[in-house]
Design a protein around this ligand. Structure first.
Ligand SMILES: [Zn+2]
Length: 343
């Protein structure tokens, strides 16, 4: 449905109000919750700011010709932030940069469609395309198909499929096909209208924003953004976290890309989640990953099984990092598998 916006030349409130009923509500409660609560805007450096809603963070740069924003995050966040930016800065949002295609970062862009263009890595188009119609229901949701018709009706949906049913149901027929489920709850993700392959520079109002492709295990359409302003701000979504263990079964293969980020010129580091950081936080992430790799390698050399390594590799220096209890065993597992599969 979002592609419809592209073909409509009308602008402003008329378009938004015409299509407002099509933008499904995307409640804040759908999003990852942590101790960080509330909405706020704060200055980083020069004319570059961060905006937060609970655990989610975006960054924007204000220039006399308009604003460059990374991450729409969602309809609620985008609607709030658009109003705040209009009343504080009196210039429109000219570019929205997608860090990757996942629903909890890329939703809500349509809110800015009256003034902005949308930039994403070229892989994002493939990742948000509808898979073939005969895509079967994924194994992990088949139990929900109690009437066995190969679809999940609203009355059958459980958990995540129930909570975000309308965001999965792209054709709005009241049931979810395998293709709709594999595609994800991305009804509110507006496709990028500018895509790039390796790198793209935005020059606006005498400033520059660098849009850089860095595929990761988390997302092959991952984009890093460097705001060249004052002492420079680097934004990287999800995969380099600040005072927080990385998410999931990470691999040592990600150490070189994190080092490549560390080598860039910036002072402020903003991850899409959690607290604000500085370059030292990226360095700390490298140290964690290297110590984890070495500790797991040692456990493997001693003949430990995965379960034994998960029990013995405690990474105690990082006990006060967020998600230590939940993510440490997963981090160990991903590293163990990566190191043993290479033998
Ligand atoms: Zn993600």
């Amino acid at each position: 449905m979002n592609r419809r916006y592209l073909s409509i030349a009308l602008s402003g409130c008329f378009v938004l109000s015409m299509f407002a009923p099509d933008v499904r509500a995307q409640q804040r409660s759908f999003y990852q919750q942590t101790d960080l609560k509330g909405q706020e805007i704060g200055k980083l450096t020069g004319d570059t700011y961060y905006a937060r809603m609970d655990d989610y963070v975006s960054v924007f740069m204000v220039t006399p010709e308009g604003i460059v924003l990374v991450e729409p995050i969602g309809t609620e966040f985008a609607t709030w932030l658009k109003g705040e930016m209009a009343s504080r800065f009196h210039v429109p949002v000219k570019y929205v940069i997608y860090s990757h295609s996942h629903w909890d970062h890329a939703s809500g862009g349509a809110v800015y469609a009256d003034t902005a263009r949308f930039i994403g890595h070229e892989n994002m188009l493939r990742n948000i395309a509808m898979p073939p119609a005969d895509t079967p229901l994924p194994q992990n949701v088949r139990a929900q198909d109690t009437n066995g018709n190969g679809k999940i009706e609203a009355s059958e949906a459980q958990g995540n499929l129930k909570t975000m049913f309308s965001l999965y149901d792209a054709d709005k027929d009241g049931s979810l096909s395998g293709a709709e489920i594999v595609r994800g709850p991305i009804l509110n993700v507006r496709a990028p209208d500018i895509t790039y392959t390796d790198r793209l520079n935005i020059n606006i109002g005498g400033k520059r924003v660098e849009v850089i492709h860095q595929p990761t295990g988390h997302a092959d359409d991952n984009t890093i953004v460097r705001f060249v302003d004052g002492t420079n701000v680097l934004f990287a979504s999800d995969w380099i976290t600040v005072h927080r263990l990385p998410f999931g079964p990470i691999s040592p293969d990600e150490i070189p890309p994190v080092k490549a980020v560390e080598a860039m010129d910036f002072e402020y580091f903003v991850c899409s989640h959690g607290r604000l950081g500085k370059k030292a936080d990226v360095t700390a992430s490298i140290r964690y990953r290297e110590q984890l790799r070495d500790a797991v390698a040692k456990a493997i050399a001693e003949g430990q099984t995965l379960q034994q390594a998960q029990a013995s590799v405690l990474m105690e220096d990082y006990k006060d990092w967020e998600f230590y209890a939940v993510q440490r065993p997963q981090n160990v597992a991903g590293t163990y598998r990566a190191l043993t599969s290479k033998k």
